[in-house]
Design a protein around this ligand. Structure first.
Ligand code: CP
Length: 361
C-alpha cells in the first residue's frame, strides 16, 4: 500500500499523474462527483489548519465520499494518553484513508507502521508538507504551463518552512529548475536540504539576502512568513524584516509573467496592495489545493486497491542502534517508538523520522 509522507515517496511519473488528474478534474468536475461514493476520509488534525483540513474535506465531498475526524485532539482520547499508533489502528477500522497533521515530526511516518489504509502527511512540524507541494506544482503547471525550465525564488523563513523543503524536493525531479534562496542568515535553508537534496540531485541554487537584486530573474516567487518568534535577537529581526515584504515597488522589478505563490496564511510579508496584481496567484493556489487533493485521494485509493498490504515506509536496512536524534520535536523523542537512522552517501547519519543529523552515542 502506498502512503504519502514525503514528496520523495512519489516518482516523477506519479507526481505527473496526480497533477494531470488534477487538471482533468478542473476541466471536468462533474465526471468525478461519484468517484469516492461510499468511501470515508479521516482528517486527524492535531495542529491548527484552515486550508489543508477544509480543502481535504471539500475534496472528499466533491468526490461523493464522507469525512470523519477531529480538528482539536484535546477532544479525543489523545488527551488520555493514546499513542499515534493506537489512534491510527482505531481509525483504520472506521475509514478508508487518513490525512494527518501533527506538530511532532515523523508522526505520520510512525502511523504507517500499523495503518491498514493509506496515510497522507498533511504537515508534520517543520519537516514536510507534501500535499502543499502538490498544490504548488498544480499551480505552477496551470500558471506557467510547465514544471521544468524555470527559476523560482524562495523568500523568507527557509529554515522552518516545511512547504519550502517539500517543494524543493519535488522540483529536484524536474529538468533545469533554478532555485534562488532569499533569506536572512538566521533563517537559511537547513544544511541537509542544501547538501542532501540540492547538491545530490544537481539543483542549481544560489543564496542572496535581499529581494531587489534577483526579482528580475524569477519566473516564480514563493513567499513565506518571516517568523519573528524564531529570532533570538529582536534587533536582528527588526533589521531584516522589511527586506522580505513584497510590495508594489518590488513587483515593478519583476517580469510581467512572474507568478507569486504563498502557502498562506500570510501576516504582513505580502502587502494587500499586491493582491490585485494579476501575477498574485496565492488565492488561485488555494483552490488548486482542493483539486489536487481530489486527485491524490482518487490515486491513493486506486493504488491501495491494487496493493492492499500494510507497508511501513521505512527502509529495511535502517540503522537501529549507536545513534540518537537531537530533535526534541521528533516522534522518536516524544512517543515510545524505536529510533531509526540511515547513513547518507557522505557517511552522515540522519534520523529517519525527521531527517535531523543524528548524534553518535
Ligand atoms: N498552507 C497551509 O498548510 O495552510 P493551513 O495551515 O491553513 O492548512
Amino acid at each position: 500500500m502506498k502512503h504519502l509522507i514525503d514528496p520523495f515517496d512519489l516518482s516523477k511519473e506519479e507526481i505527473d499523474e496526480i497533477v494531470a488528474l488534477g487538471e482533468d478534474i478542473v476541466a471536468h468536475r462533474d465526471r468525478y462527483s461519484g468517484a469516492c461514493k461510499g468511501k470515508k476520509l479521516a482528517t486527524l488534525f492535531y495542529e491548527p489548519s484552515t486550508r489543508t483540513r477544509l480543502s481535504f474535506t471539500s475534496a472528499m465531498m466533491e468526490l461523493g465520499g464522507n469525512v470523519i475526524g477531529f480538528s482539536d485532539a484535546r477532544n479525543t482520547s489523545v488527551s488520555k494518553g493514546e499513542t499515534i499508533e493506537d489512534t491510527t489502528r482505531v481509525i483504520s477500522c472506521f475509514a478508508d484513508i487518513i490525512a494527518m497533521r501533527h506538530p511532532i515530526e515523523g508522526a505520520p511516518l510512525n502511523a504507517t507502521r500499523v495503518s491498514t489504509i493509506p496515510v497522507i502527511n498533511a504537515g508534520d512540524g517543520s519537516h514536510a508538507h507534501p500535499t502543499q507541494t502538490l498544490t504548488d506544482l498544480l499551480t505552477i503547471k496551470r500558471e506557467l504551463g510547465r514544471l521544468d525550465n524555470f527559476t523560482i525564488g524562495f523568500c523568507g523563513d527557509l529554515k522552518f518552512g516545511r512547504t519550502v523543503h517539500s517543494l524543493i524536493k519535488a522540483l529536484s525531479r524536474y529538468e533545469n529548475v533554478k532555485v534562488v534562496l532569499i533569506a536572512p542568515e538566521e533563517l537559511e535553508l537547513p544544511a541537509y536540504m542544501k547538501y542532501e537534496v540540492c547538491d545530490r540531485y544537481g539543483i542549481d541554487y544560489k543564496e542572496v539576502d535581499n529581494m531587489e537584486s534577483v526579482m528580475g530573474e524569477l519566473d516564480v516567487l514563493y513567499m513565506t512568513r518571516v517568523q519573528k518568534e524564531r529570532f533570538l535577537d529582536e534587533a536582528e529581526f527588526e533589521r531584516v524584516k522589511d527586506s522580505f515584504v513584497l510590495d508594489k515597488a518590488k513587483m515593478s522589478l519583476a517580469k510581467d509573467s512572474m507568478v507569486v505563490l504563498h502557502p498562506l496564511p500570510r501576516v504582513n510579508e505580502i502587502l494587500k496592495e499586491v493582491d490585485d496584481d494579476p501575477r498574485a496567484a496565492y488565492f488561485r493556489q488555494v483552490e488548486n489545493g482542493k483539486f489536487v487533493r481530489m486527485a491524490l485521494i482518487v490515486k491513493l485509493l486506486e493504488w491501495a486497491k491494487q496493493d492492499p498490504s500494510v507497508h511501513w515506509m521505512v527502509p529495511s536496512d535502517a540503522i537501529r542502534s549507536g545513534y540518537s536524534c537531537p530533535n526534541r520535536k521528533c516522534i522518536s523523542n516524544v512517543e515510545n517508538v524505536d529510533p531509526l537512522f540511515r547513513m547518507d552517501d557522505d557517511g552522515v547519519c540522519h534520523c529517519i523520522y525527521c531527517e535531523s543529523k543524528a548524534r553518535s552515542l
